[in-house]
Write a protein that binds this ligand. Structure first.
Ligand code: DAH
Length: 354
């Protein structure tokens, strides 16, 4: 009878094989169990049908007992083995239910605005600029005063500011607000680094603007500042013309028009020829052929006065500055028609940029 199965063999096949994973073990276990005890085709059924039933009457009792003994022993073994191959016997990482749907781990993608910020920064890095950053909660001093916006100056009204509540007991210049532009980091950078400097400053800014397709109370800018001896308006023009071509393609033209910012003198507004109609006039450029993209110009000597002690004598150094809206650039570059889409977190929209 023992020729029918070997205990050692059974145990080795399943429980003691450390390399067999749970699925293989379970399959092997079920095969083994069926081979022995399956109602049809199992070795016990066969032994009954072909051997026990046909045994001579005198041998039937002993043979029956022997078979039953083996069966009892085998059942104990099978029960024991089943524990080894059950999922609940597993612990830690091994314990999983193979019938569950697999875990999908979608690969994250750069947000389109961050992508645009990085592209803009890369264009200036290639021209030797370094990157600077500053706080989003700023003081009135850095956001306005040191940029030549005196208290109560009407230019402050162009940047509808979100102030932090409960600041009345502080002197006006120390009152906190959400920065309305990245320009305060010009001052912070000049306080830290003596000239010559060339920096770009990417970051988030806030204004009390009602959200619509082209406005968001939170948006992004990239500021630039270059200070050295003999920096001229030509340097500014060449730099920005190159940057716009690098960002939008070499056929893009730039247009500089006089404007006003308290911290630059003179000041200019830069537009690029419409990238959709090549300047002929279309809906996007409101038939003008131009798209306004940034403010810029030569740093006002009054601004240098605030950092004169760090080597910024307005009689010796000159510089240019510029500030551009990164969200607007992302809208144009990626052909999106509503800025709100950038901030609603809808994965169906965002995954298009993956
Ligand atoms: N800070 C200005 C704004 O947010 C943009 C700007 C204009 C930045 C001229 C500059 C500049 O650095 O020179 O409206």
């Amino acid at each position: 009878m023992t020729a029918f199965f070997s205990e050692a063999d059974v145990v080795k096949t399943i429980a003691e094989d450390p390399s067999s994973d749970i699925v293989r073990k379970r399959t092997a276990f079920k095969d083994l169990r069926d081979r022995w005890v399956a109602r049809s085709g199992g070795l016990f059924t066969e032994a009954n049908d072909h051997w026990l039933k046909r045994a001579p009457a005198v041998a039937k009792r002993d043979a029956g007992r022997a078979i039953n003994e083996i069966r009892t022993k085998l059942t104990v073994y099978l029960d024991e083995l089943e524990k080894h191959v059950s999922f609940s016997a597993l612990s830690g990482r091994e314990a999983f239910d193979i019938t569950l749907p697999s875990i999908r781990r979608p690969i994250g993608a750069e947000h389109p605005v961050i992508k645009a910020l990085n592209e803009i920064v890369a264009v200036f890095k290639a021209m030797g600029y370094s990157v600077s950053e500053g706080p989003e909660i700023e003081t009135d001093y850095y956001n306005f005063e040191a940029l030549n916006f005196p208290p109560n100056h009407p230019a402050r009204d162009t940047q509808d500011t979100l102030f932090i509540a409960g600041q009345q007991s502080k002197p006006p210049r120390d009152r906190l607000l959400l920065r309305t532009h990245t320009s305060p980091v010009q001052i912070r950078t000049m306080e830290k680094l003596a000239p010559p400097i060339r920096v770009v400053i990417p970051g988030k800014v806030h204004r009390n603007d009602a959200p619509d397709a082209s406005h968001s109370p939170m948006f992004h800018q990239v500021e630039g500042l270059a200070v050295d001896t003999n920096i001229t308006f030509c340097d500014l023009k060449g730099t920005l013309d190159h940057a716009m071509k690098a960002l939008f393609g070499s056929s893009v033209r730039t247009r500089f028009q006089p404007s006003f910012f308290p911290f630059t003198e003179p000041s200019a507004e830069v537009a690029i020829s419409c990238i959709f109609c090549d300047g002929k006039g279309c809906r996007t450029c409101k038939q003008s052929g131009w798209i306004e993209l940034l403010g810029c110009d030569m740093v006002d000597p009054n601004v240098f006065e605030f950092v004169r002690a760090n080597g910024y004598d307005p009689a010796k150094v000159s510089g240019f500055a510029f500030g551009m809206g990164a969200d607007r650039i992302a809208l144009l570059k990626y052909g999106v028609d509503d800025i709100q889409l950038f901030f609603q977190g809808d994965v169906r929209f965002l995954e298009q940029f993956a």
